[in-house]
Design a protein around this ligand. Sequence first.
Ligand SMILES: Nc1ncnc2c1ncn2[C@@H]1O[C@H](COP(=O)(O)OP(=O)(O)OP(=O)(O)O)[C@@H](O)[C@H]1O
Length: 706
Amino acid sequence: MGDEDWEAEIIKPHMSSYVPVFEKDRYSSGAHGDTFNRTLASLSEMDDRYSRRDHFMRSRFASGRSLGNRDPGESNKREHTSTMGDFGVGRSFGNRGFSNNKFEEGDSCSFWRGYQDGNDSEASGSFRRGGRGSYRGCRGGFGLGSPNSKYEQDEGTQRSGGIFGSRRSALSGVGKGDTYQSRSGSGSGRGGYKGLNEEVITASGKNSWKSEAERRESGDTQGPKVTYIPPPPPEDEDSIFAHYQTGINFDKYDTILVEVSGHDVPPAILTFEEANLCQTLNSNIAKAGYTKLTPVQKYSIPIILGGRDLMACAQTGSGKTAAFLLPILAHMMRDGVTASRFKELQEPECIIVAPTRELISQIYLEARKFSFGTCVRAVVIYGGTQLGHSIRQIVQGCNILCATPGRLMDIIGKEKIGLRQVKYIVLDEADRMLDMGFGPEMKKLISCPGMPSKEQRQTLMFSATFPEEIQRLAGEFLKSNYLFVAVGQVGGACRDVQQTILQVGQYSKREKLVEILRNIGDERTMVFVETKKKADFIATFLCQEKISTTSIHGDREQREREQALGDFRCGKCPVLVATSVAARGLDIENVQHVINFDLPSTIDEYVHRIGRTGRCGNTGRAISFFDTESDNHLAQPLVKVLSDAQQEVPAWLEEIAFSMYVPGFSGSTRGNVFVSIDTRKGKSSLNTAGFSSSQAPNPVDDESWD
Ligand SMILES: Nc1ncnc2c1ncn2[C@@H]1O[C@H](COP(=O)(O)OP(=O)(O)OP(=O)(O)O)[C@@H](O)[C@H]1O
């Protein structure tokens, strides 16, 4: 289906999940009064439902559960009378800015490598980090649509603006001026992909690893087939190397304490030149605007080049992606990787897995950037898109496969990729990839027929948070002599983010949010809420307040999510209301504020969420609404995160933390404070027995996607 067909497709009304694209002007003119009134009615209906439901939710929360939309009476019914909203025709739509950033030359600052023994960094408390935020979900991307191959499975393919710096594709959207109407909770539109069920292992049944999307695609369910083909990313060099500027605090990275544990640690490098990369890679690094290594890169690159397995933990936005991509590419170039060519069965040398579609797409773009001009071909596949499209991408050649877990397992199951040549497995957001949500799926991956044993491959894990239990589980994937790199406090928040915690009761939150957003003006802001329905609700509410807002969550179709992210990236909608699906990894230029309208259930999640701002040496602000009815369990870990990041700790928060303090407590409940170092220290062996009961998913976290 060509673009014209796509246009025809999108302007005809159809049932779909609610697409809240809100613009100030839309509601201020009489032209749309009708829609406005209907939306108001919807909102008041939602409001009422919200109040009652939220009250109920809170009581469920208090008992460790939350209300999910699996509740039959609360099915996600949505309807919209039209589709694509104005799509920023003629606007800039870049993942990054297009500045030619130059770093100060001369890496004079020293950084320390510590080989401290014991859990010394735990001195400030006897807390441990506990359960994990268990989100799944939604991502976005692009790809080449070539609907003429035999892999084409569906007619009616859809296209929309992609989520990445794709000025071209994003701008091809049409500005029909249509409006959206939400009647959340009343109806049963297609509902997109449920974050909760997507790419999730249910641990039961033959295809238990299949996501809802994959089950649909393979006909396992009655639902409509996934037909979405994401638009390809722009292919011109400028777009490929577009990047944003590092911030004023970039050089301060050098003062962060780095700790490497394990035996025979290769020395860190101080400059890119010391890495001895090939000319093409060096040229790509320069074009990307990288002139100076970040700490995680200084340590990880030589470790990976030395062939070692690695678990690396470094603060959000500090360059972990390049830390694994560059040495992997260097190895592939050195080993003379075979140029990709069309084959029915592709055998990639590298598999990179990440928990969300948007994140894996972003990693793919980075891989494409650094492999530019080489014979290495990177491919991205993820749920929510047409399976045939993923297969078409792969058969054209695949050296680096970037994938979300569900789609990866599906493709392996369809024998479109063989694993015999795999030399590198990367788990980004590794703690998330190994927790109960994705962990069993990852175990299946490493035990797939043909997958080289851990002795014969290199396994690399990266995250900004690494709970102790997850570190132990990771041992199953890693060689016993793996190295552990900790940049700063493991699980600590980025110090470039100014954190503010406000005590705001549930019923005052909206008013406070509007007040803050009005003060912020047009600066890009992510507002995190706990549930998908609330994301719609708050987005609708902000729209009524004439604040241009869009939303991203697991109930939105992939096309809609990509559009939402695109509108946010380009500044068309400076406010993005999101669930935790957008908490990890997303690298969006110029996000100056993060607002936790609802605090997440775990401190790790908090760290990831606020890490959407203050990236790469830029500064940012995070404001969190602390509701004493529901958030007290976070008081202790919040105090620790704030003080570790040298932020002001409100006295009232300290009091709550103190009142919640249990002497000698070291259990593994969520909200606890993290381990600070390599868990192998002082331990005789790693627990590689599998996924212990301590890893059972927290019901609150699981249901928080509903
Ligand atoms: N050495 C460098 N010089 C300049 N920019 C860099 C460098 N390394 C990374 N960046 C840029 O910094 C930004 C953040 O990098 P990246 O997304 O890899 O962070 P991260 O550590 O993976 O964050 P998160 O924990 O949120 O996933 C990206 O825009 C990336 O291009």
